[in-house]
Every structure is written in structure tokens, then in C-alpha cells.
Design a protein around this ligand. Structure first.
Ligand SMILES: CC(C)(COP(=O)(O)OP(=O)(O)OC[C@H]1O[C@@H](n2cnc3c(N)ncnc32)[C@H](O)[C@@H]1OP(=O)(O)O)[C@@H](O)C(=O)NCCC(=O)NCCS
Length: 178
């Protein structure tokens, strides 16, 4: 029998400026945990706010997953090779969930919804770039049909550990797959 979980009541919506503080806290806690992102030091509110404002143009939005009126995680789309028109149909998908809300299927929901929003926005290819030790995310992405597109050894140093990255891709249309 598969895993049985009770998915809490949740809402997914576009992020707004009122969310910045909470999302910044989620992200900084994930930095402290290690192994999920290249940032090694907490990101200041000013810097996180700038990042928020750089994700307000379609299709590069931030979406919040909210439980009982409070953001517990977020996912977002970023441009791939920004400024180069040939890559406009491709976007990077990233996702972050607060520690205490993990294991209830919310990661599944974020990735599934991310794929739906990408299709609605007319994107054709999603990429996700994941540190090699991030087995949770690799497994999550593969579960939703992402495929391994490449491996870059030794590109990151997390604490004293040298780490590689995987790039995983998801083709939303047959013509954009290999
Ligand atoms: C990755 C993350 C979003 C998963 O969220 P989650 O709500 O715990 O995941 P779910 O409960 O929805 O589980 C979905 C799938 O994720 C994978 N997964 C989740 N936890 C896992 C674990 N501890 N080990 C291995 N795979 C795991 C599995 O494939 C799982 O499917 P299964 O239960 O059918 O095996 C969450 O762990 C997280 O926010 N991690 C830190 C941030 C991060 O790494 N972001 C990626 C950078 S882009």
C-alpha cells in the first residue's frame, strides 16, 4: 500500500508584498538547513525584496502555498538565459516548503501546480537545477515526469563539501522533447 497522508487544506495564489517577510523566513531557514540552495548566508529583507520585485512579470511569477492564512511554502518561475529570445519558452522552476509542513504531499502539489501554471502561461520546457545531495527534490521532480538532462560535477561548495548539480527538464509539448 502507498503512503497515507492527510493533505492539509491549502490555497495556492500569487505572492503579494505582504508575503515577503514570511517567504524570506522560509528561505533563510532552508539556507540554515543546508543542501537545498547555493545561498550560504541568510538573505537580507532588502535583497529578498529586490528578488521578489524581479519576479512580477509574466510568466515569471512567485506562487504561495498557504495554510490557515499563512504562507508555508512557495514556488516560482525564473527566466532561463534571460534576454535571449530563443530561450523564452523555457523557464526554471524552484520550490521551497517550510520544514514543519513537509511530508504531507504539499511538495507534490507545488510541482503539479507549477506544471499546470507553466502550461497555462504557454511555456514549453521547465528546468529545475538541484544540488546532487538534494534527493528529496530529485525524487519529487522525477515522480512528476522530470528527466535528468545533465550533471555538473563540483560546481558548488556547501560548507566544506564539494557538490555537483543535476539539471532536470520537463517538456510540456512533444515538439520540445528529445
Ligand atoms: C522538496 C520538498 C518541496 C518536498 O516537499 P514535501 O511536501 O516534503 O514532499 P511530499 O510530501 O509532497 O512528497 C512528494 C515526493 O517528494 C519526494 N520526497 C519527499 N520527501 C522525501 C525524502 N525525505 N526523501 C526522498 N524523497 C522525498 C518523494 O518523491 C515524494 O513522493 P512519495 O511520497 O510518493 O515517495 C521539500 O522537502 C523542501 O522544501 N525541501 C527544501 C527545499 C528544496 O530542496 N527545494 C528545491 C530547490 S529548487
Amino acid at each position: 500500500m502507498g503512503k497515507v497522508v492527510n493533505i492539509p487544506d491549502y490555497l495556492i495564489r500569487k505572492a503579494c508584498t505582504d508575503d515577503i517577510q514570511e517567504l524570506n523566513t522560509i528561505y533563510n531557514n532552508i539556507i540554515r538547513e543546508g543542501g537545498a540552495t547555493g545561498n550560504q548566508q541568510p538573505v537580507s529583507t532588502a535583497s529578498f525584496t529586490n528578488w521578489y520585485h524581479s519576479h512580477q512579470e509574466p510568466p515569471y511569477y512567485i506562487f504561495v502555498i498557504e495554510i490557515a492564512g499563512k504562507p508555508v511554502g512557495y514556488f516560482y518561475f525564473s527566466p532561463w538565459r534571460p534576454g535571449r529570445e530563443a530561450f523564452a519558452h523555457t523557464s526554471e522552476l524552484s520550490f521551497y516548503l517550510s520544514t514543519k509542513h513537509r511530508g504531507y504531499g504539499l511538495g507534490d502539489i507545488m510541482v503539479k501546480q507549477g506544471i499546470t501554471f507553466a502550461a497555462d502561461a504557454g511555456l514549453k520546457v521547465l528546468l529545475s537545477i538541484v544540488l546532487e545531495e538534494n534527493n528529496r527534490s530529485i525524487s519529487l521532480l522525477k515522480k512528476h515526469g522530470f528527466k535528468e538532462g545533465g550533471y555538473f560535477p563540483g560546481v558548488a561548495k556547501i560548507g566544506s563539501k564539494i557538490s555537483g548539480q543535476f539539471i532536470l527538464y520537463y517538456s510540456l509539448e512533444k515538439d520540445f522533447s528529445i
